[in-house]
Design a protein around this ligand. Structure first.
Ligand SMILES: *Cc1c(COP(=O)(O)O)cnc(C)c1O
Length: 429
């Protein structure tokens, strides 16, 4: 294997490599990573960082968990991949069985895909194919709420916040959906009917066009890290039933314990008709996602004109990824995550409390194992990103938000170090 120096990697990266939301003219170069272990990211220059991001909500068991590594090694020896059209295998079947058991009641059918955005695309296609199959050919719109985020592909972009989202420049090339006001009722606030007035009005005005409501339950993630009331979500479920519209819950970020419940829908005691999971599904070990639906949706689709659901990615049901996901879900089912998330919650409350008094800070909010400091002003990434690295932590803010969602296995001492680093950086802004 070629051994590149750090300088060579940096040069090649700068010449050829796109990163998420990156520019080839930006002065901010990515930090080369040598390795990861547990809650630590080791840079090529030898610095060790405590990870606050869990690689975007995913590495809930930390990096390189022995059980996940073992599952991958074992599965590689047997079969790393085989096509899923016309064939099936144990890793996929057991994964679907586990997901159905864990998920909110009534979600009985599972479509396995490669990434979160694709899982949402599949959910949207299910909703539209269901409507078409039921003879509602003009139900060709989705209703969603502002500040949402559902992915970066074209169908999903069209459901992201139309103004503050990352995709408003594509307005003219995107499908036009219907946007209601963002959930105004915050997590601890008392819900009243006024909080759904706007979405009710949109349902009323467009009922013949809307196939489904799509939203992120309880936590709006990349669209602003907002936490909203379980009663609001409960009411949305009722409205979907009243108007005979499907509910798609995008739990790609919130799924698998992050909010203190296995799925955020459980805060409201509801089941959606379609559920998307991704991110933490393999414990952040590799890419995998899934879309679950009810028997009603599956039957509706299969009874229709096409007779089949019209989707089938090449790497669908990849055995290697499924085997790791099975091991990750087994770890979750050992049930340590609830205590771990509760401990992180307490550590975030304690560690981030001093931020509330800082003049730079507009709000501090914590839910489950998610901690958010919202500033008055957006951060300047080229300045701020190296400050966190100097502090010995990996935190990647966006806009006005400095947030952490550490691996569930982080201990009290590392968490205290992480929150202190956040306070130290905010003080300097
Ligand atoms: C990350 C995310 C997605 C997209 O998942 P990718 O794996 O990045 O395609 C969709 N919805 C939500 C809520 C997410 O947090």
């Amino acid at each position: 294997m070629a051994q590149y120096t750090q300088a060579q990697i940096e040069t090649l990266d700068k010449q050829h490599v796109w990163h998420p939301y990156s520019s080839f003219t930006s002065p901010l170069a990515p930090f080369p990573v040598a390795s990861t272990d547990g809650v630590r990211i080791t840079l090529m220059d030898g610095r060790e960082l405590i990870d606050g991001m869990a690689s975007w909500w995913s590495t809930v068991h930390g990096y390189g968990h022995p059980k996940l590594k073992q599952a991958a090694h074992d599965q590689i020896e047997i079969m790393s991949h085989v096509m899923f059209g016309g064939l099936t295998h144990e890793p996929a079947v057991t994964l679907c069985e586990k997901l159905v058991k864990l998920a909110p009641e009534g979600l009985n059918k599972v479509f396995i895909s490669d990434s979160g955005s694709v899982a949402v695309e599949v959910a949207i296609k299910m909703a539209f194919q269901y409507s078409i199959s039921q003879g509602h050919k003009n139900k060709n719109k989705l209703l969603t709420v502002k500040n949402g985020y559902h992915g970066d592909t074209f169908a999903t972009m069209a459901t992201c916040d139309p103004v503050n989202g990352m995709h408003h420049m594509f307005e003219k090339v995107l499908n036009q959906h219907i946007f209601a006001e963002a959930p105004a009722c915050l997590f601890d606030e008392e819900f009243n009917e006024q909080h759904v007035a706007d979405i009710k009005q949109k349902l009323e005005g467009h009922r013949s066009e809307i196939a489904a409501i799509i939203l992120e339950p309880i936590v709006q993630g990349a669209g602003g890290m907002r936490f909203y009331s379980p009663d609001y979500l409960k009411r949305i479920r009722e409205l979907c039933d009243e108007y005979d519209i499907l509910l798609i819950a995008d739990e790609i970020a919130t799924g698998f314990g992050r909010t203190g419940k296995m799925f955020a829908c459980e805060h409201a005691g509801i089941s959606p008709d379609i559920l998307c999971v991704g991110k933490a599904l393999t414990g952040g070990f590799m890419s995998l996602a899934a879309t679950l639906c009810s028997d009603k949706v599956a039957k509706g689709i299969c009874e229709g004109e096409a007779g089949v659901f019209m989707h089938g990615p090449t790497f669908m049901g990849n055995p290697l990824a499924c085997a790791v996901a099975n091991a990750s879900l087994d770890l979750l089912m050992e049930d340590k995550w609830q205590q771990q998330v509760a401990n992180i919650n307490a550590g975030l409350e304690k560690g981030l409390a001093p931020a509330r008094a800082l003049p730079q800070v507009n709000d501090v909010r914590i839910l489950g194992a998610i901690g958010v400091i919202e500033l008055h002003e957006p951060v300047d990434m080229p300045t701020v990103q190296p400050m966190f690295v100097e502090e010995g932590v990996w935190v990647r803010p966006f806009g006005k938000l400095i947030y952490v969602l550490p691996p569930f296995v982080i201990n009290e001492e590392d968490l205290a170090f992480l929150t202190q680093a956040m306070i130290n950086v905010v003080k300097k802004l």
